[in-house]
Design a protein around this ligand. Structure first.
Ligand SMILES: Nc1nc2c(ncn2[C@@H]2O[C@H](COP(=O)(O)OP(=O)(O)O[C@H]3O[C@H](CO)[C@@H](O)[C@H](O)[C@@H]3O)[C@@H](O)[C@H]2O)c(=O)[nH]1
Ligand SMILES: [Mg+2]
Length: 284
């Protein structure tokens, strides 16, 4: 067996129904004749938080079928970011990729994402805002697009990357090891790494992709997660600039909230009062 050079880390919570299509599609993409990365150099690590939904059995079956995939089941810890960090710590490959289990990050982009990493490109981001990738978050309800847009605007002062929130990203091991005090709470581990590993803009590669719709299971993006994002941002502003910037941050938050309220206002259907018919048929 050749040594593993690439590791795909997949944080997963209650994703049993998605693991087979995910793994088989990743390796099918890598097995294509035009894949820039050969399949035998790649391993997949699922980091599951004790879902007990059959995920382990699915992975065991895939292993028996010859796929280079393993599952780490955490029983004492929970959370997306810390799951990703754990996967990166266990990775054998020097080139590491993180992607969701629910197929919202299309497995067919994995070869291009992995191949984009090199000593001069320490970070790769799957971006939903790049040219030619198709629709941005098509099919999302207005509120979800507003949250995504607001989160992105707030991160602008921290990184030149166009979509540090996509959750579909890769990093070279040496840069991951450079990032100290990673925030293990919340959803925005890519942003945390970009800031704390001090990745310069010229070392970031971007791969445009179209964010899919979740087919099985539920999103874990809750109000609590969003609040954590705000506290994480505050910490990163503090880290990247100085304490004074916290004031600017609060101002920005206020503006974003006003913006969201305004969008909500224009997004609402106008209320039409329909007069109650008193003619035939009424009361039947
Ligand atoms: N191990 C583990 N995995 C988790 C946890 N919470 C979520 N995950 C896994 O993390 C992935 C993303 O979670 P979703 O619940 O599908 O999140 P989402 O709302 O679709 O958010 C995605 O899109 C955002 C962009 O708008 C991204 O910012 C975010 O990272 C994620 O990719 C999924 O594979 C999910 O199983 C957890 O506590 N533990
Ligand atoms: Mg999802």
């Amino acid at each position: 067996m050749p040594a593993v050079e690439y590791t795909v880390v997949v944080p997963a919570y209650r994703e049993a129904g998605n693991l087979r299509p995910l793994v088989t599609r990743i390796f099918a993409a890598l097995a294509r004749i035009d894949s820039p990365v050969p399949a035998p150099l790649v391993e997949v690590i699922i980091v599951d938080d004790n879902s007990r939904d059959g995920s382990e059995e699915v992975v065991e079956t895939l292993q028996r079928e010859g796929y280079n995939v393993r599952i780490i089941v955490r029983t004492t810890e929970r959370g997306l970011s810390s799951a990703v960090v754990r996967g990166f710590q266990e990775a054998q490959g020097d080139n590491m990729l993180c992607m969701d289990a629910d197929l919202q990050h299309p497995p067919e982009y994995v070869p291009a994402m992995l191949a984009a990493l090199s000593p001069s490109k320490q970070f790769v981001l799957g971006t939903r805002y790049g040219g030619g990738a198709g629709a941005v978050d098509e099919g999302w309800p207005l509120y979800r697009r507003v949250i995504s847009g607001g989160a992105r605007v707030l991160a602008l002062p921290l990184t030149a990357a166009s979509d540090p929130m996509s959750g579909f990203f890769g990093v070279r091991k040496e840069s991951f090891l450079k990032a100290r005090n990673l925030n293990s709470q919340g959803f925005k581990i890519a942003l945390d790494m970009l800031v704390k590993a001090q990745i310069p803009s010229h070392a970031i590669a971007e791969v445009p992709f179209a964010f899919g719709l979740r087919s099985v299971g539920e999103s874990k993006l809750t109000g609590k997660v969003m609040l954590r994002y705000l506290t994480q941002l505050l910490e990163l502003y503090w880290y990247a600039y100085s304490g004074v910037v916290a004031f600017v941050f609060l101002l920005l938050i206020a503006l974003i909230i006003l913006f969201i309220r305004w969008l909500w206002y224009i997004g609402e259907e106008p209320m039409i009062t329909v007069p109650i018919s008193r003619g035939r048929g009424a009361g039947h």
